[in-house]
Design a protein around this ligand. Structure first.
Ligand code: F6P
Length: 546
């Protein structure tokens, strides 16, 4: 039986959308550099500040009138009223009938009606801190009494990307004597590399899984257990080396992890929003509980900004409106995030899950197919490395790819390398904007001693069109606090875009089909005899079982 179609949905608020379409046709022809030259105060107007971060969005193909119309869209979409539903525990993840309360994990006081949840979070944090303290001071040891020296987080998706990124970002804050590692992939080579050089007797695993039904995590947890046993850790000593974080307490107990070693998760925290919960235990082991609390405080500061700032000053809202502007009115299908800070190297990978798992959707709340675009492909890598690779496409390619440059402005005086790093970030944004025309290209070639005829022929290859949009996100120092604020900023941006697109940003049904098929194909690899399609069958036939 064919399902009854719920129909197709056009971009919400057609009158405003029509106006934005008209404005976009005009703004495509703007010169960003000229906008700034003619009106330097644009830098002040096209900016927002919150929790130590400044967003400069003056380098966009966006006229004042278009910016004002985007704000009209925000008002019409009700996104700012909807903020409250995020904070007050309304079941806005309607397909799973769940509240979305990651903000509660960093709240300083109990929101009305959420006293019970707040108390559970406080209790969880106290237990988390107690464990961190006992591992750090050596009162919890390995089964033979060795001081714990290595923590291995086994988890994937939201149970990996956030903690992994934060642990790396906070490297200068690592406590001495503890090595924190991460294993996500079901490929045994990942776990083998992670375990390489570790002493099983002084290693503590955290099995991180909201559901504890995730194939990769369960398989890796079993392999880690086997690694312990093979190294001579007795059955009755194993429990001392395993912690777990999950909503599925029963599965954790069944795995042999004692109750005291299990911390809870809640249905009202989405995996990709969960680093603030005990899923971030590895962070607390790496930097200590006080630093973890500072991370939460930074996120809370951004929460308060998002919650209270007017639309015009609201930083997460602006990031979202720029996304909507480019995706829906300028035809961009990609968005890059390039942190100019080595410790933020894993930020793009974290944001990929946050943005693409949240907003990579094609039906609205009513189940109607969308005839407009949603989340762009988010990608990126750390600067300056990308300059020697994909920046070629950013400067001269044919793809419109607005880019967020994340820069840290402190430390420059004391470090030539940091000064070079910042100079590179700023120069990339400037080069993207101003470009280089035919004449300048020709002169540059002639300056290099190339004769005029050859220079004329070569010049088109050096032309950089410019006028490529970028945002600057700057902050003085990367600290637990500023990192927390930055991550919360992108979380709220994701929420705003989802609300404007009228999609559910908090489910992820799309990832399930492949997992189900994976189980069938795994069985076929084991000889189930099931047939699929010609291509899959041919691949299976080619598998060597030697
Ligand atoms: O496959 C998608 C997903 O469900 C993510 O949303 C989640 O972060 C990840 O898998 C891991 O899930 P879990 O924490 O339940 O193991």
């Amino acid at each position: 039986m064919t399902a009854v179609s719920a129909g197709t949905a056009e971009f919400p608020h057609p009158a405003i959308a029509g106006k934005l379409e008209t404005l976009a046709r005009r703004d495509r022809a703007l010169s960003i550099a000229a906008l700034l030259d003619e009106d330097p105060s644009r830098v002040e107007r096209f900016a927002a500040e919150a929790a130590g971060w400044r967003l400069d969005f003056s380098r966009h193909l966006l006229h004042d009138e278009s910016a004002a119309t985007l704000l009209e869209l925000a008002v019409a979409s009700g996104v700012l009223e909807d903020r409250n539903a995020l904070f007050d525990g309304s079941p806005i993840n309607h397909t799973e009938q769940r509240a979305v309360l990651h903000t509660l994990l960093r709240a300083k006081t109990a929101p009305v009606g959420l006293e019970q949840e707040f108390a559970e979070v406080a209790d969880c944090k106290a237990r988390m801190g107690d464990w961190v303290q006992r591992v750090h001071d050596g009162s919890h040891t390995g089964h033979r009494g060795e001081h714990i020296q290595s923590i291995v987080n086994i988890g994937i998706g939201g149970s990996d990307l956030g903690p992994r990124m934060v642990v790396e970002a906070l490297r200068p804050y690592w406590v001495d004597g503890i090595d924190v590692r991460f294993c996500a992939n079901v490929d045994p080579d990942d776990l083998a590399a992670v375990l390489s050089g570790l002493d099983p007797h002084s290693t503590l695993f955290i099995i991180c899984s909201k559901t504890l039904r995730t194939e990769e995590t369960l398989h890796n947890a079993r392999t880690a257990r086997r690694w312990m046993l093979d190294a001579g850790v007795p059955e009755d000593g194993i429990a001392q080396h395993f912690l777990a974080v999950s909503t599925n307490l029963e599965a954790a107990r069944d795995f042999g992890i004692p109750e005291a070693n299990i911390l809870p998760m809640w249905d009202w925290v989405g995996g990709r929003f969960s680093l603030w919960s005990a899923i971030g235990w590895s962070i607390a082991f790496a930097v200590g509980m006080q630093r973890f609390e500072e991370l939460l405080a930074g996120a809370d500061a951004m929460d308060q900004h998002f919650r209270t700032a007017q639309a015009r000053d609201n930083m997460p809202l602006w990031l979202s409106l720029l996304e909507v502007w480019y995706v829906n009115f300028m035809g961009a299908a990609a968005h890059a995030v390039i942190p100019y800070q080595q410790q933020l190297a894993k930020l793009p990978a974290f944001l990929q899950q946050l943005s693409m798992e949240s907003n990579g959707k094609s039906v609205n709340h009513a189940g109607q197919s969308l005839d407009y675009a949603t989340a762009p492909i988010l990608w990126g890598d750390v600067g300056t490395n990308g300059q020697h690779s994909f920046h070629q496409l950013l400067h001269q390619g044919t793809v419109l790819c607005p880019t967020d440059f994340v820069v840290i402005t402190g430390n420059v005086a004391g470090s030539e390398g940091k000064a070079r790093l910042l100079a590179n970030g700023l120069s990339q944004m400037r080069a993207l904007m101003v470009g280089r025309d035919q004449d300048a290209s020709q002169s540059s070639l002639e300056d290099r001693g190339i004769d005029a005829k050859r220079a004329t022929a070569l010049a088109p290859h050096l032309v950089i069109p410019g006028n490529r949009p970028s945002s600057t996100l700057s902050c003085e120092a990367l600290t637990p606090y500023s990192l927390g604020a930055l991550l919360a900023l992108y979380e709220h941006k994701t929420f705003c875009s989802g609300r404007i697109w009228q999609i559910n940003s908090f489910d992820q049904w799309g990832v399930e089909l492949g997992k189900e098929m994976g189980a069938e194909i795994f069985a076929a690899l084991g000889g189930s005899g099931q047939s699929f399609d010609a291509s899959t069958d041919a691949a299976l036939a080619g598998v060597s079982h030697e």
